[in-house]
Design a protein around this ligand. Structure first.
Ligand code: PEP
Ligand code: MG
Length: 324
């Protein structure tokens, strides 16, 4: 209801000073992608591939995968689509990849880690993504979930490049990845912050447990420090290689307009969110300069609590009252 009171998004995310911050969509299916295109999303920042196969007892075939990914690519001709390899495990078990007997699934063999326990699925998925990409004009970037070390980032990037996918990145959703982002980005072409899991792992609070919601808050200053560490690491990697490495955010945090300002000020280069959040985020971003965003980011980082971080930033953004 809040967003519907606003004019729709015009398709170019920017701050008041013209600084570009592309606004992308999180999608799982072709139908989601159609809705994202209708909302003028500039591309897809997170294609959650596991959602198309959650009910499958067995690995989907090559042709099934090519069709599922192509159903998203076709809605964004010439646009960026960041596709994530299967994030199986924990809150998203896939029968053909997940050992449901693990005592701590969130700390178990999930995401990229499944390639060690069940070799072959990842390589076959990368081949299917490459074939789907070849049949469409979307600019396909591929990324791995739950990467924890530079070695994992290097190996994934090599696998993706070998499959014919030129742009390979990693999600930063584990504190170790945030703290070693410069080394990770020496290998990976980009990073995308998954603030849902980054918050869960920073606060040691299961994201599925309602009673822990106050801990599972991306405004927690500890989480914001890790976002900054990632952006700073990317800047360091850029200096070493001469090539700037993008750092997006694709967790739910990007859909909170006030937090979107903070994330931009911390150095995020793109924001990806559920399409219905885009108009409000675009509206608020357009009212601040990069300097203001950086100032508010510094204030949030310096706050002792999540509550104070949120209230300090919100008080500086009266435009939020227009969202209803
Ligand atoms: C995240 O962890 O923030 C994320 C975007 O991935 P998912 O919610 O699918 O785990
Ligand atoms: Mg995640």
């Amino acid at each position: 209801a809040a967003a519907s009171a606003l004019a729709g998004f015009d398709g170019t995310g920017r701050l008041a000073d013209g600084h570009r911050i592309p606004l992308l969509a999180n999608v799982a299916t072709g139908a989601d992608a159609a809705a994202a295109a209708a909302a003028n999303a500039e591309g897809v920042g997170l294609l959650r591939t596991e959602f198309a196969f959650l009910d499958r007892p067995a690995e989907p075939t090559h042709d099934e995968q090519v069709a599922a990914y192509g159903a998203v690519f076709e809605h964004f001709p010439g646009r960026k689509v960041v596709i994530r390899t299967l994030d199986a495990g924990a809150d998203k078990p896939l029968p053909f990849l997940t050992d449901t007997a693990e005592p701590n699934p969130a700390l178990g063999v999930r995401g990229y880690r499944t390639d060690t326990a069940t070799p072959g699925v990842l390589a076959r998925q990368l081949a299917a993504i490459a074939d789907a990409a070849a049949a469409h004009t979307a600019e396909v970037w591929v990324m791995a979930p739950m990467v924890s070390t530079p070695e994992e980032a290097a190996r994934f990037a090599r696998m993706a490049h070998d499959a014919g996918l030129p742009t390979a990145g990693v999600m930063v959703e584990v504190p170790s990845a945030a703290l070693t982002a410069a080394h990770i980005l020496a290998h990976a072409d980009f990073a995308s912050l998954g603030t849902n899991d980054l918050t869960q792992y920073t606060m040691a609070a299961d994201r599925l447990l309602g009673p822990l919601a106050a801990l599972n808050d991306p405004w927690q200053p500890a989480v914001l420090h890790l976002v900054k560490a990632t952006a700073d690491g990317a800047a360091h990697a850029a200096t070493a290689t001469g090539t700037p490495k993008p750092v997006g955010v694709c967790g739910e945090a990007a859909a909170d307009p006030a937090l979107a300002v903070v994330l931009t000020g911390l150095g995020a280069t793109t924001l990806s969110m559920t399409p219905r959040a885009i108009p409000a985020v675009a509206h608020v971003l357009a009212t601040v300069t990069l300097e203001t965003a950086q100032h508010l980011a510094a204030a949030a980082l310096a706050a002792p609590t999540a509550h104070q971080a949120r209230e300090t930033v919100r008080a500086a953004l009266p435009v939020l009252d227009q969202l209803g």
